[in-house]
Design a binder for this molecule. Structure first.
Ligand code: ADP
Length: 623
């Protein structure tokens, strides 16, 4: 006699969510059922080792689609259910995965279903009736459990000879809201691809009978849909590069081989295998907000999550790959995962591993590192910049710069090693390109003193350096700032006396430019050039440029200081003009200032004024 029983309250809630689900990835039900089947086989296998009354078997999972009846049958020869187990396991929710799923869920955020091990009930997303026929070695008869997933289920005794469970899903026809035809789950190609996607690495064969047509003749054949041994579980020596590359391309949707493969296994207190890849080229959306970092997460070969973001820090977000750990249970919610101890430990390992692999690449495979660096340098630099430099120590030896003396990239360590003995700063200059920096008037003195200057051509560079401040206690110093330490005592004296001699004209120039610059100074650092602009404390002119491009840019200004070369012919000319006609100095000062802006690659604030002054100057010189 069939007994009808009520689901427990929580089960009803979960079932209600499942049966009314508008979640689009209903396909995960197959993953859940196959994973249950695999667990049930695990249990039987384990028990058979000690309990001789339980026969061992050739363990298999079968999926049998039936297009005509619109059903899908999943069969395993695992441990099966006793009657009590049917009531306890399928009538109530005891599992923490489903429980926390319920706590977090409502109809609005159903898209999280895929992240949870929601288990058996997910079958009701695609089926309007589910029948479980089962036989446990601990029961004297078989049982049949049936439900439409609403409020109750029935249990009946049945004859069943073989141990294990057969689950029949009476598939829903069409979902009107979604215009989705669930009978897609009776199509061999759908099932094939779902097994490949979610359950490829289940340890037991997942078989399906397929009909082959050859020369008008039909024949039935068993097809095993899963590979069973994940590539990352094979011994490294057995994996050919081409297999690994093919796996990467298929799994992570790249059309090129990876630049670097990191395959690592850890056993002990924490057990996991990680297979990490660095793509040769940054994905097209890598630098956009759309890009999602993350690793696929598996638990003993069963796929749990597509992009787990907690397994490595943002500054390594270019890494793709997967982690398979027996320490992570399949039925774990995303929220729980985030706080999961094991995940945190794995993440700490992986961070170290990625870092050391990059360091060794830099040391031993420079060419490969350069390709890597060209693609991802901004990510590393941003990593130093963000969190107020918290990660500076970890990343500073991975960044490279070109210099005025080197077309090859240099590490900061290399710069320090070859700097002059009495040099107490790491000099840098910022500009659009290498050439524009080399042309800077401020480079004159650096060339003169044979000093090496890091060339900053990425927008992030100066921001990063502001946060870093120093490398191994050697401070960074911009050659485009007012205060450099390049002047020796005799120079200082010399400059002082020149300032004294030219007090009046300097005052006049300052007055003429009082709205434009913070100060006007005589300079010791210029040789060929007549003038240059430098910035004072705080943000530099290059940073001003970057900040101005930002959306909602505030009116940000770098303090500008105009430096004039007292030994340049032009300054002598200015003096002559000043003596002849004091007022003329206003126009000349303005031209000088605009010219300095141009040299710095800054926009001319008032092109008309600048042009008028030039025109006037030309006319005057003809008189
Ligand atoms: P979970 O797998 O997260 O525990 P499910 O709702 O999927 O939750 O399943 C509940 C329980 O039912 C399982 O823990 C397991 O004990 C039992 N079960 C599910 N499927 C099978 C099966 N194919 N064979 C034997 N037992 C099963």
């Amino acid at each position: 006699m069939a007994k009808t029983k009520q689901f427990k309250t929580e089960s009803k809630k979960l079932l209600h969510l499942m049966t009314h689900s508008i979640y689009t990835q209903k396909e995960i039900f197959l993953r859940e059922l196959i994973s249950n089947a695999s667990d049930a086989i695990d249990k039987r296998h384990f028990l058979s080792l000690t309990d001789t009354s339980i026969p061992a078997e050739t363990y298999e999972i079968w999926i049998t689609p039936d297009e005509v009846n619109n059903t899908l049958i999943i069969t395993d020869n695992g441990i099966g259910f006793t009657e009590e187990e049917l009531i306890n396991n399928l009538g109530t929710i005891a599992e923490s995965g489903s429980k926390s799923f319920l706590e977090k869920m409502d109809e609005k955020n159903l898209d999280l279903i895929g992240q949870f091990g929601v288990g058996f009930y997910s079958a009701f997303m695609v089926a309007d009736e589910v029948t479980v026929e089962t036989r446990s070695p601990y029961a004297s008869t078989g049982y049949k459990w049936t439900s439409n997933g609403e409020t109750s289920y029935t249990i009946d005794e049945i004859e069943k000879e073989t141990l294990g469970t057969t689950i029949t899903l009476n598939l829903r026809q069409d979902d009107e809201e979604n215009e989705e035809t669930f009978s897609t789950y009776t199509k061999p190609y759908t099932l094939r691809s779902l097994v490949k996607k979610y359950s490829d690495y289940v340890r037991y064969p997942i078989n399906m009978m397929v009909t082959n047509k050859k020369d008008e003749k039909e024949s039935q054949e068993v097809e095993t849909l899963n590979q069973m041994v994940p590539i990352w579980k094979r011994s490294k020596a057995d994996i050919k590069d081409e297999d690994m590359n093919a796996f990467y391309k298929h799994q992570f949707g790249d059309y090129e081989d990876p630049l670097k493969v990191i395959h690592t296994s850890v056993e002990g207190m924490l057990t996991y295998t990680a297979l990490l890849f660095i793509p040769k080229k940054a994905p097209y959306d890598f630098y956009s907000e759309k890009y999602e970092k993350g690793l696929q997460l598996y638990s003993k070969g069963v796929f749990i999550q597509d992009k787990n973001k907690d397994l490595f820090p943002d500054y390594f977000k270019f890494v793709k790959g997967l982690v398979d750990s027996a320490d992570i249970s399949l039925n774990i919610s995303r929220e729980v995962l985030q706080q999961n101890h094991q995940v945190k430990k794995i993440a700490a390992h992986l961070e170290k591993k990625i870092k050391s692999e990059l360091e060794s690449m830099l040391l031993h495979e420079k060419e490969t590192y350069l390709t890597f660096y060209e693609n991802y340098k901004n990510t590393l630099k941003y990593g130093i910049y963000e969190s107020f430099g918290l990660n500076k120590e970890k990343l500073q030896d991975l960044i490279l710069f070109k210099t005025n003396k080197s077309d090859d990239y240099l590490t900061l360590k290399e710069y320090i090693e070859r700097k002059q003995i009495d040099q107490h700063a790491i000099y840098y200059a910022t500009g659009k390109s290498k050439q524009s920096i080399l042309n800077l008037p401020q480079m004159d003195i650096m060339k003169d003193k044979d000093l090496e200057v890091l060339l900053f051509t990425d927008e992030i560079d100066e921001f990063m350096i502001q946060v870093m401040q120093s490398y191994n206690e050697v401070p960074f110093k911009s050659i485009q700032q007012a205060d450099t330490d390049l002047m020796d005592e005799t120079k200082k004296e010399d400059l002082k006396s020149k300032e004294k001699d030219n007090k009046d004209i300097m005052k006049a120039i300052k007055k003429a430019l009082k709205d434009k610059v913070k100060d006007v100074k005589l300079s010791y650092r210029l040789k060929e050039s007549a003038v240059c602009l430098v910035s004072g404390e705080g943000i530099s002119m290059e940073m001003e440029k970057v900040l101005k491009q930002m959306p909602n840019a505030k009116d940000i200004h770098a303090d500008k200081i105009l430096e004039i070369n007292p030994d340049h012919e032009l300054f002598q000319a200015l003096k002559v003009i000043y003596e002849k006609d004091e007022k003329k100095i206003n126009e000349y000062a303005s031209i000088l200032y605009h010219q300095a802006l141009l040299i710095e690659g800054l926009p001319i604030e008032d092109p008309t004024e600048f042009s008028n002054h030039l025109v006037k100057l030309m006319i005057d010189s003809s008189k």
